[in-house]
Design a protein around this ligand. Structure first.
Ligand code: HXC
Length: 257
């Protein structure tokens, strides 16, 4: 098969990537990370896919980077192997993504969830960056993305104490977009992704790109960037179709043009 540690499928216009390394609670070893990058590239390349859902098992989204794989590593090995380019391939996906998190999202697992565009959490979800308990710190972007998502106070608390937070706290502090009963989690994520995939892809990709600029640029630069994208969408057939459909009180048929 193309993937050993993932299940990769499409459901209508939604790509579904399921971490499938149950014996290690979906711990992210080099193979899983490489396959994730490949799966995201496949979703990006598949014209039929308009949005992507990443999920794990009921017990664990992912319990972190693989500690057994990391344990004996030297500085030189860690330095030379640097996973940053591999994660960059995943983050480079322009299609909107949802992490559907049930159970543990710890360390690299929490960082993977934060690389997606939004997180839906089961009420059973537990988020944390426990790296400090292992004598290291987050290394897949956790100190940066968590601080941006929840602010300095909560990021310092989680990263310095290594404690976990539950779904309710994660929603309160803005890490999580929605909390749903565990048995509803995947359906809720797939339905949201299908909804996104049903809109004009020109608009959904532009919306994602514009929101992402908010964490990089000044307000003035970000607003200018948004305005240019907004204006550009008036050159699309989908804008004409979307507005005509509203006026004519019918459903729009977007064609991604
Ligand atoms: C390797 C892991 C693992 C991990 C769990 N397992 N997490 N293996 N790496 N991160 C394995 C266990 O060794 C065990 O295998 C099996 O999964 C089941 O786990 P248990 O511990 O028996 O389950 P449970 O008692 O229910 O506890 C669940 C848990 C605990 C609380 C999630 O497993 C845990 O604390 N895991 C480590 C979490 C963590 O520290 N993550 C951060 C990693 S560092 P065996 O074969 O022993 O039965 C990181 C760095 C990111 O992510 C940046 C790197 C650059």
């Amino acid at each position: 098969p193309a993937y050993d540690t993932l299940l990769v499928e499409t459901r209508g216009a939604v790509g579904l990537i399921t971490l499938n390394r149950p014996k290690a609670l979906n711990a992210l070893n080099a193979q899983v990370i490489g396959e994730l990058a490949r799966a995201f590239e496949a979703m990006e390349a598949d014209e039929a896919v308009g949005a992507v859902v990443v999920t794990g098992s009921e017990k664990a989204f992912a319990a972190g980077a693989d500690i057994k794989e990391m344990a004996a590593k030297t500085y030189a090995e860690a330095f030379l192997e640097d996973f940053t380019p591999v994660w960059r391939r995943l983050v480079a996906c322009r299609k909107p993504s949802i992490a559907a998190v049930s159970g543990y999202a710890l360390g690299g697992g929490c960082e993977l969830a934060m690389m997606c565009d939004m997180i839906f959490a089961a009420d059973s979800a537990k988020f944390g960056q426990p790296e400090i308990t292992l004598g290291i710190i987050p290394g897949f972007g956790g100190t940066q993305r968590l601080a941006k998502a929840v602010g300095k106070a909560k990021a310092m608390d989680l990263i310095l104490t290594g404690r976990m937070m539950d779904a309710a706290e994660a929603e309160r502090c803005g890490l999580v977009a929605r909390v749903v009963p565990a048995e509803r989690l995947l359906d809720e994520a797939l339905e949201a992704a299908a909804k996104i995939a049903g809109f004009s892809r020109l608009a959904t990709l532009a919306a994602k790109e514009a929101v992402d600029v908010a964490s990089e640029a000044s307000l003035a630069e970000g607003v200018r960037f948004e305005r240019r994208l907004f204006q550009g969408l008036f050159a699309t057939e989908d804008q004409k179709e979307g507005m005509a459909a509203f006026v004519e009180k019918r459903k729009p048929a977007f064609r991604n043009r």
